[in-house]
Design a protein around this ligand. Sequence first.
Ligand code: HEM
Ligand code: HEM
Length: 106
Amino acid sequence: MPLFQWLFQRLTGLVLLVGLFIHFLVMHYTGGEQIGYQAVMARLDNPLWVAFDLVFLLSVLYHGFNGLWGIVTEYTSDGILRRVLHAVIIMAVIGLTVTGVSIITA
Ligand code: HEM
Ligand code: HEM
């Protein structure tokens, strides 16, 4: 695995550690109405929450799928199976990134 992928896996892991802690506190300890439509829309009016959500979303997508690709490269050798799995991962990342970013910035 190239150095920047190794490094980014760890950096995004750190972002997730902090981000998941904040996400967990907001979603579970600030009252049940926090996960309702109105509360989510109110948060998305605040550029700081939009920035948080974008960083959080892009980090989990990179971390999860780069990690999955790392596993694929460990269990497959160069060939058709690896190329198909690579294409599936790339398409999933693109689809989820476009969907997630357009929801957050809508
Ligand atoms: C029961 C647990 C959870 C609840 C109730 C919950 C709830 C929510 C809500 C209401 C939002 C909308 C954004 C906002 O209001 O700030 C959101 C966004 C998000 N959540 Fe969670 N969440 C949970 C668990 C998780 C976990 C475990 C992860 C990561 C593995 C995660 C990742 C994300 C990401 C990346 C976003 C931003 C993406 C977007 O808005 O498109 N969530 N979550
Ligand atoms: C507290 C949050 C998290 C931290 C601190 C964290 C940290 C890490 C670190 C340091 C690695 C590299 C391990 C190694 O190369 O030996 C890793 C790998 C990985 N992470 Fe995370 N991670 C977190 C959350 C997540 C989430 C939410 C997902 C899924 C969406 C995920 C999926 C993966 C995968 C698939 C790998 C590759 C596993 C492997 O190579 O065997 N992680 N994580």
